[in-house]
Structure formats: structure tokens, C-alpha cells
Design a protein around this ligand. Structure first.
Ligand code: ADP
Ligand code: MG
Length: 249
């Protein structure tokens, strides 16, 4: 008998999403193991963002199941959902920091409200996470005083401060000037080395080659192909993936 498989940190099963008559995701199955970095590529409109948003129920799946460490995200009470959502950290293209709050307050706010952490503990955790993204010295700055890359790193620190089990990144560097992209990718690389479980939607193919354990190619709301970076970039099997890669590289 084979050894029991360890529980995936994130498991998406038969996920379907329709907006009215438009089917945006169909039969999505994806397991992300503890500490794995899964990189998602695909043309605009292929359903990448919708898939990530369903994991956190920012979009309501039409059917299917999502589990985090074996616990369901669907069919649970509002209270359980609030708790489960904390385990799925999200970072978007836009950073959505509160402009009128200091960097430190941006990172402590959700800890105070959602986790009910005492102020001193939230501050300590925030400073620890700001240190991790190289911005401890900016704790008392206002978001408007930071570059886009720094703001995105604050957004990452804010998500990390909630102790998520998995981090989902939706085009985290797409809004940044080219010279600021590297600092954000470095933080993501450090996170991976620290054992964080991650799904990254991005166009940074070089990052995928270096840092991804697995690359998933989506097109038309389905996972068309997946494999290691060298399989996907070096030996694409489907015509759709070959066509996509020839357009982006
Ligand atoms: P990607 O992130 O790969 O570019 P999206 O997940 O954003 O793709 O979108 C997938 C498809 O779903 C697109 O055709 C988009 O127009 C559609 N879509 C996304 N959000 C909505 C919505 N709220 N209502 C209707 N259609 C939507
Ligand atoms: Mg998108």
C-alpha cells in the first residue's frame, strides 16, 4: 500500500463559476501542497482572477468545493467563513492601502479587528512583517510617501500579519514601474524560501522559471496544461499553450 498523501494546503475541486449565462470557470481541479509555489499563466479573460477570488469567496463559486488544510470554504456559517478567510491571504495588482493611515496602522488594522489582537501584539507582529518585506523603517510613513513597490510590500506584510496558510497573488507587479518589480519579486522569493504556500498569477515568466514548483496554464476557463517550469516553457504540449507562449515571450 502506498503511504497516505499529506493533506493539500489548498484544494480546489470541480470548481465552476458562471456569471449569468457566461461560464467563466469549468471543472477546475487544483491541489497546492504545503510550501508549494504554483504559478498561473493564461490569456486575459481566461479566468485566473476569478479562480483566485473564488478561493477566498470574494466571488461565490457556482459549484464545486474549496478546502484549506482539509477544512471547507463553502457551505459553512458566516462566522466560520470569516475565520477561514483569514487563512487565505490575498495580494492584488492595486495595493488598496488606507491612504489616511500610517504604514503601521495599515498592517495592524485587520489584526485588531479580525483577530482581536491586543494593540501591542498587533504592533509587534506588524513590525516583524514589515521587517520581512524590508520596510520596518517606514512604519510611521504614510502610504502616499512610498513608491508603488513599497506600497505593494506593505500590502504583502498586511496579509502576512494575519498568519495565512496560503497566499494568493493576482498580478502583484503589473501596476509597478519596471524598476520596482524586482523588490516585490524578491519578497515573494523570500516567502517561498520560508516555506509559504503560494499561488501566483503573473506575467513574470523569468520569476516562474526560477521560483515556481509548478506552472498551470489556463485558457477559456479551464486548466489546459500544467507541469514543471521546464515542461511548460521548454516542452509545451498543447497548441493553445504554444500559441500563448509565442505571444508573451
Ligand atoms: P483573467 O484574470 O484571467 O484575466 P478574469 O477571471 O478576470 O480573467 O475573467 C474571466 C472572465 O470572466 C472574463 O470573460 C470576464 O469578462 C468575466 N468576468 C469576470 N468578472 C465578472 C463579473 N463580475 N461579471 C461578469 N463577468 C465577469
Ligand atoms: Mg486577472
Amino acid at each position: 500500500m502506498s503511504a497516505p498523501q499529506p493533506l493539500p494546503t489548498l484544494e480546489i475541486t470541480a470548481l465552476e463559476k458562471r456569471f449569468g449565462d457566461t461560464q467563466v470557470l469549468r471543472s477546475i481541479d487544483l491541489k497546492v501542497a504545503n510550501g508549494e509555489l504554483v504559478f498561473v499563466i493564461g490569456p486575459s479573460g481566461s479566468g485566473k482572477s476569478t479562480m483566485l477570488r473564488c478561493c477566498n469567496r470574494l466571488e461565490e463559486p457556482t459549484s464545486g468545493a474549496i478546502h484549506v488544510n482539509g477544512k471547507p470554504m463553502l457551505g459553512i456559517t458566516r462566522r466560520d467563513l470569516d475565520r477561514m478567510r483569514l487563512q487565505v491571504g490575498m495580494v492584488f495588482q492595486g495595493f488598496f492601502l488606507y491612504p489616511h493611515l500610517s504604514v503601521l496602522k495599515n498592517v495592524t488594522l485587520a489584526q485588531r479587528k479580525a483577530l482581536k489582537r491586543p494593540a501591542a501584539e498587533a504592533d509587534a507582529r506588524a513590525l516583524e512583517m514589515l521587517d520581512k518585506v524590508g520596510l520596518k523603517h517606514k512604519a510611521s510613513a504614510m502610504p502616499g510617501e512610498l513608491s508603488g513597490g513599497q506600497q505593494q510590500r506593505v500590502a504583502i506584510a498586511r496579509a502576512l500579519a494575519l498568519d495565512p496558510k496560503v497566499m494568493l497573488f493576482d498580478e502583484p507587479t503589473s501596476a509597478l514601474d519596471p524598476e520596482l518589480v524586482g523588490s516585490v519579486l524578491k519578497v515573494m522569493r523570500d516567502l517561498r524560501e520560508g516555506g509559504m504556500t503560494m499561488i501566483v498569477v503573473s506575467h513574470e515568466m523569468q520569476f516562474a522559471r526560477e521560483a515556481a514548483d509548478r506552472v498551470v496554464f489556463m485558457d477559456g476557463g479551464v486548466i489546459v496544461e500544467q507541469g514543471t517550469p521546464s515542461e511548460i516553457f521548454g516542452n509545451p504540449r498543447s497548441e493553445r499553450l504554444r500559441a500563448f507562449l509565442s505571444r508573451v515571450s
